[in-house]
Design a protein around this ligand. Structure first.
Ligand code: CTP
Length: 414
């Protein structure tokens, strides 16, 4: 393809001011050092797709850290991080740009971290996951605006295909299985036929991937705009079972992920939903396999109790009783229960009951003659239950209930 400075212009028009300042300074710094710099990966793909991209990744054929240092200084930005692999992160305000030395990678065995050596842009593209992510846009002389596309990524973008670059790709790094499904769902693409066969062959290699990496990839999937599509596809491709034998979310759970998104549930809720069908005895083992964080683990470990609560809610339960059951569960688990079962009690709990409190506060009770101490809590709980069940509606109703309580207490009945 002929150089098209228009793509660079298009990118520059989209960048917020802080990112644009770093980007411009990086191009200039690389040029001044006589090095070639390229925009790579998802940013090129998204530019060609005309979809917004937040991640700007730049690759330099040469010392990226030196270029990043100069660029940060010129742009008034901060060199936030550097690594032994010759990568640097430059930040200013909300803008983050990663600048990396072009590299080749060799995987000693499936799942191993790759051996990295500085190399050319071609090698850097050929180490990547999918053709649509293996393109580069040259940013410097002698051909600014030239698109490097050694594996046919542009054609696959047009054909809406996710295609690996070679037959060992999923073995080298089985997290690419999760990435491939995410890509399909996000862009409405399909796995190319050979890639689909390779994925089916290599799904077992997910056992070479650490819990932390699997958890991070799944978390990115759950945070997508259409998580339900990716979840349904992961299930269809038997990916969940490959991660852990106890993990096989039902079909309904896929749409439940969309409901979680629509109700703006906390991100943690995705984990109890994912684990909804897991037998209680295997929950601990699964939490370890996924290297769940503490809040995620707490939410997942409450799933068996939430399932039991869900069964009770399916019967005839008073609002106060439903609230008592659900108050005992972590809130993200209640969101998972509501999204998964759509139990009316769980939905009402999240919408209203959870935060419903009596009009009377503790000091009003004391003034009415309730004994200071635990009794205040007991009366407040009784008032809340009465309000939830519609037995009291106004403040006056509540006062009457307290009077009754005090009267019963006086004659030793309370
Ligand atoms: N990459 C890869 N194999 C992986 C992870 C990443 O080849 N297991 C490559 C891909 O070329 C990807 C780039 O590294 O485009 C950057 O990775 P990441 O930031 O995770 O992906 P993006 O494409 O930038 O992000 P996304 O796809 O979520 O938009």
């Amino acid at each position: 393809m002929a150089p098209s400075p228009k793509l660079i212009d298009k990118l520059e028009r989209r960048l917020p001011p802080d990112a644009l300042a770093i980007f411009t300074a990086t191009r200039a710094a690389a040029g001044a050092e006589g090095l070639r710099a390229y925009l790579v990966g998802g940013a090129v793909r998204d530019l060609l797709l005309e979809s917004p991209s937040l991640d700007i990744d730049i690759v330099v054929e040469g010392d990226a850290i030196a270029v990043a240092r100069i660029a940060a200084q010129v742009a008034g930005a901060r060199l936030a991080k550097t690594t032994a692999f010759g990568t640097a992160t430059v930040r200013a305000g909300d803008a983050v740009i990663d600048i990396a030395t072009a590299r080749a990678e060799v995987y000693a065995h499936p799942g191993a971290l790759p051996r990295v050596t500085p190399s050319t842009i071609d090698d850097d593209l050929l180490r990547r996951d999918f053709t649509i992510n293996a393109m580069a846009l040259q940013l410097t002389e002698p051909a600014p605006g030239k698109l490097l596309d050694p594996t046919g990524g542009e054609a696959d973008l047009r054909a809406k295909l996710v295609r690996v670059l070679h037959d060992r790709s999923f073995q080298d790094d089985a997290t690419r299985i999760l990435r491939a499904v995410r890509c399909e769902a996000r862009f409405g693409f399909r796995l190319e036929e050979r890639t689909l066969d390779l994925l089916a062959r290599d799904v077992v290699h997910l056992d070479t991937i650490s819990g932390t990496r699997i958890r991070q990839e799944l978390a990115r999937t759950f945070a997508e705009p259409s998580p339900e599509q990716a979840v349904a596809r992961l299930r269809e491709l038997a990916v969940f079972e490959a991660i852990h034998p106890s993990l096989s979310p039902g079909f309904d759970q896929a749409s439940a992920f969309a409901r979680l998104r629509d109700t703006a549930a906390p991100a943690v809720s995705a984990w109890p939903l994912l684990c909804w069908n897991v037998p209680e005895a295997q929950m601990g083992d699964l939490a370890r396999r996924l290297a769940l964080t503490r809040p995620q683990r707490t939410a997942v470990e409450a799933v068996p109790a939430a399932r039991r609560a869900g069964q009770q809610l399916a019967g005839d339960v008073r609002p106060s009783e439903a609230t008592r059951l659900l108050d005992e569960l972590p809130l993200p688990t209640v969101h998972a229960l509501a999204a998964g079962t759509r139990a009316a009690g769980a939905l009402a709990y999240l919408a209203v009951w959870r935060t419903l409190r009596p009009s009377l506060h503790g000091d009003a009770l004391l003034e009415m003659g309730v004994q200071p101490g635990p009794e205040v809590g007991r009366v407040l709980a009784r008032l809340r239950a009465a309000k939830l069940d519609g037995e009291v509606k106004s403040r006056a109703d509540e006062e009457r209930l307290v009077e009754q309580f005090l009267a019963r207490e006086r004659i030793g009945l309370a």
